[in-house]
Design a protein around this ligand. Structure first.
Ligand code: PXL
Length: 281
């Protein structure tokens, strides 16, 4: 099998473990080549730090895309996340239109916020642009906050019981046009995980793992990166979501035992070996 190649369109935050500093090691460990197209370079992520630097890469991105097109690069997947400006919505849409082939998987993590609030650098224009961009996806991976933003619904009025959430993921799936992995779903006390709507089968399925009573930042990026790696390796949506949930849970158990400051993110590096085990060469 040739090594699958993914174009990863996210920010690079130097400290704090999110976005590209998660996607690159996770995909590499899974035997997948990660080609980063940074949307911004920050000194740290924006959650829990003040005074971070923010270099917007909007001007650079079309030049990178043009060079990659000249080189006739082909990608098994395009995987996008945190964006830095409204203009990047159009740039990422163009990138998808240029590089998408019949067998290219487009995974859009519609990164916008958490706990009912938008991230510090996200404007309402960027959030509404993200909703349009996400229409191009084969798979989206919103958390509950992002699901509320995508559907234009109040966060505190989202359903919490299984039937309502199944209706919600179908709605997020645009009734069969894209698959959905909704993260942060808890169907019983002490459990957390993801509810999936697979556009290929029209089925919904939920993966649940034991919850860790320890707050964590950056689990969404780890989850979406493992999911993308498993999908490009040919796994089904549900199996990919189960692998992602299991890996996040293992990292969370390990991180809770380290008692690190929340803003340092998930201590996933010692756990990467769990991902290399399934590589076949
Ligand atoms: O994990 C989402 C994310 C990505 N990138 C940056 C962030 C955040 C969340 O805070 O600040 C820069």
């Amino acid at each position: 099998m040739t090594t699958p190649r993914v174009a990863a369109i996210h920010d690079m935050s130097g400290f704090g473990r999110c976005s590209l500093t998660v996607a690159i090691p996770v995909l590499s460990a899974m035997g997948v080549q990660c080609c980063p197209l940074p949307t911004a370079f920050l000194s740290t992520h924006t959650g829990g730090f003040t005074g971070f630097t923010f270099l917007d890469m909007t001007e650079e991105m079309p030049k990178v895309a043009a060079h990659w097109q000249e080189l006739d690069l082909r990608f098994h997947a395009i995987y996008s996340g945190f964006l830095a400006s409204d203009r990047q919505i159009g740039i990422v849409s163009d990138f998808i239109r240029t590089f998408r082939r019949s067998d290219t998987l487009v995974v859009i993590d519609p990164v916008m916020g958490d706990d009912g609030k938008a991230y510090q650098t996200y404007t309402s224009a960027l959030c509404s642009g993200m909703t349009h961009l996400a229409e191009l996806a084969d798979v989206i991976t919103p958390n509950l906050t992002e699901a509320a933003f995508l559907l234009g619904r109040p966060y505190d009025q989202l359903p919490q019981e299984e039937a309502g959430l199944q209706e919600l993921v179908r709605e997020l799936g645009l009734h069969g046009r894209r698959s959905v992995v909704l993260t942060g779903v808890s169907l019983s006390p002490g459990k957390t995980g993801a509810m999936c709507f697979d556009a290929k089968t029209s089925r919904t399925e939920t993966v649940q793992v034991d919850m860790i009573a320890h707050p964590l930042l950056g689990t969404g990026d780890i989850f979406a990166s493992v999911l993308t790696g498993a999908l490009v390796r040919g796994d089904t949506l549900f199996s990919a979501a189960a692998q992602a949930a299991d890996f996040v849970r293992a990292c969370a158990v390990h991180t809770a035992a380290q008692d690190l400051p929340l803003r340092e993110g998930v201590d996933f590096e010692p756990m990467l070996g769990l991902l290399t085990k399934q590589n076949t060469i």
